[in-house]
Write a protein that binds this ligand. Structure first.
Ligand code: HEC
Length: 133
């Protein structure tokens, strides 16, 4: 129990640090355009993101397949995934509604939804994903 509490406190501290980290207080757009890619990279590599496992548990960025598809090149694929959605819109949706579009060869229901994150954190993650070419 005590250990769980310690983890909880750690998550809050990390979340606060991430929230205060970016000097750039750009407006949120929901489309990820205003995110901070380096804050997003830090989030991506965390062991826990909110109450869910961190992204890097399931996704590599170097082309090797873990539980989920490698996110290498996702910035380029994202624009053509769903008709009418920009790359940033698709990536944002992938985080909050992972089952809205399921990548071929993978099952739905495996990636957790990160809709509990703040809009700023989602935008940071999207900004980072947009650097993966
Ligand atoms: C428990 C494993 C798991 C975790 C943790 C996870 N994902 Fe996923 N993710 C998957 C699986 C499996 C898929 C493919 C099925 C689907 O589309 O839902 C996927 C799909 C995606 C896609 C779509 C890729 C494409 O080529 O269209 C993106 C983007 C993505 N994840 C980003 C993330 C990010 C960012 C995080 C952390 C905030 C994360 N994922 C955490 C398993 C995971």
């Amino acid at each position: 129990m005590q250990k769980l509490f310690a983890v909880f406190v750690l998550v809050i501290v990390v979340a606060l640090a991430a929230a205060c980290g970016g000097g750039d207080k750009a407006a949120t757009t929901g489309g990820g355009a205003a995110g901070n890619a380096s804050a997003g990279e830090t989030l991506f590599k965390q062991a826990l993101v909110g109450q869910n496992p961190g992204c890097a548990t399931c996704h590599s960025v170097d082309g090797s397949q873990l539980v989920g598809p490698s996110l290498k090149g996702v910035a380029e694929r994202a624009a053509s995934r769903v008709q009418g959605e920009s790359a940033a819109e698709y990536l944002h949706q992938s985080l909050v509604e992972p089952n809205a579009y399921v990548v071929e060869g993978f099952s739905e229901g495996i990636m957790p939804s990160y809709k509990g994150l703040s809009e700023a954190q989602l935008n940071d993650l999207v900004a980072y994903l947009l650097t993966l070419k």
